[in-house]
Design a protein around this ligand. Structure first.
Ligand code: GDP
Length: 297
């Protein structure tokens, strides 16, 4: 599971202060030094760490905390609050358009898990929200992406709209919208192409699909195993497309996970879902509060 290293380090640090009847500024300082190291070691972006530490410090050395009856616990509460905030605060749900269909564009680098997540999300929407999504195979560049989505569709007994790989993704999206309206689908999930790196041509194409389909949700799919590059990638996608949320995939893996957490902070968009495995039911709504509590023990 992701964040295990971070959890262990933070819990170790916080345990030292937990039961203290008296906490001095020096104690807080020492604790913050260790929290800072734990976050950096977990690969949280350094700018994000800096801000996090500043926020905690400002609140933790306040008089109410140091003079309270249980200062150790108060300090831990501050860390917990700030960690929850870092991960997005309140849980953020998937958009629902006032006039269906709700259009969701899945974007991200190749291999991040877009196609898999498209299937998982379709399954989630049907199972938990009683919706009838149409999946759209608009990744014509990655060999096998279309087939992969079609296979997922068959497995789930859910429709996939595809036009092969000889038609432009923009054209596919356009036709898919017509089909969705005709067949009264309430969600359209567009699986777009990814590349190994952010490139101009891809961004232009995604912008075109966006202009045409007017999506209610642009979900950036981020592989939690990728390091700091995830932060740059997220910034690029956000600048060009204005993403509305993040899906962290592969959180079931043995990853430090900190870079992925930083994505929320740098794009200021919520993490909406977490991918917890390869299977179609391995998608969970992301709960910042629960995740923070789990990390802090
Ligand atoms: P795409 O290129 O972005 O469409 O990526 P894919 O959907 O093809 O996913 C790439 C690989 O990651 C596949 O082998 C998936 O099975 C795997 N994958 C996707 N999401 C998860 C996840 O949450 N956990 C694990 N363990 N593997 C995942």
């Amino acid at each position: 599971m992701a964040f295990e290293g971070l959890a262990e380090r933070l819990q170790g640090t916080l345990n030292k202060i937990r039961g203290k009847g008296k906490v001095s500024e020096a104690d807080v300082k020492e604790m913050m030094r260790e929290v800072r190291l734990a976050l950096l070691e977990a690969d949280v972006n350094f700018k994000v760490v800096k801000q996090f530490i500043a926020n905690v410090k400002e609140r933790a050395v306040g008089q109410e905390v140091l003079k309270s009856l249980t200062p150790g616990q108060q300090v831990i509460k501050v860390v917990n609050d700030e960690l929850t905030k870092l991960m997005g605060g309140q849980q953020s749900k998937i958009a629902v358009a006032s006039k269906p269909p709700t259009v969701v564009m899945m974007v991200g680098l190749q291999g991040a898990g877009k196609t898999t997540t498209t299937g998982k999300l379709a399954n989630h929407l049907r199972k938990k929200h009683n919706r009838q999504p149409l999946m759209v195979a608009a990744d014509i560049y990655r060999p096998a992406a279309i087939k992969q989505l079609e296979t997922l569709g068959k497995q789930l007994s859910m429709p996939v709209f595809s036009m092969g790989d000889q038609v432009s993704p923009v054209e596919i999206a356009k036709n898919a919208m017509v089909e969705a309206k005709q067949n009264h689908h309430d969600y359209v999930l567009i699986d777009t192409a990814g590349r190994l790196h952010v490139d101009e041509e891809l961004m232009n194409e995604l912008e075109e699909i966006k202009a045409l389909t007017n999506p209610d949700e642009i979900l950036l799919v981020v592989d939690a195993m990728t390091g700091q590059d995830a932060v740059n990638v997220a910034e690029s996608f956000n600048e060009r497309l204005g993403i509305t949320g993040v899906v962290l995939t592969k959180l079931d893996g043995d990853t430090r996970g900190g870079a992925a957490l930083s994505v929320k902070a740098v794009t200021d968009t919520p993490i909406k879902f977490a991918g917890m495995g390869e299977k179609v039911d391995a998608l969970e709504p992301f709960h910042p509060e629960r995740m923070a509590s789990r990390i802090l023990g």
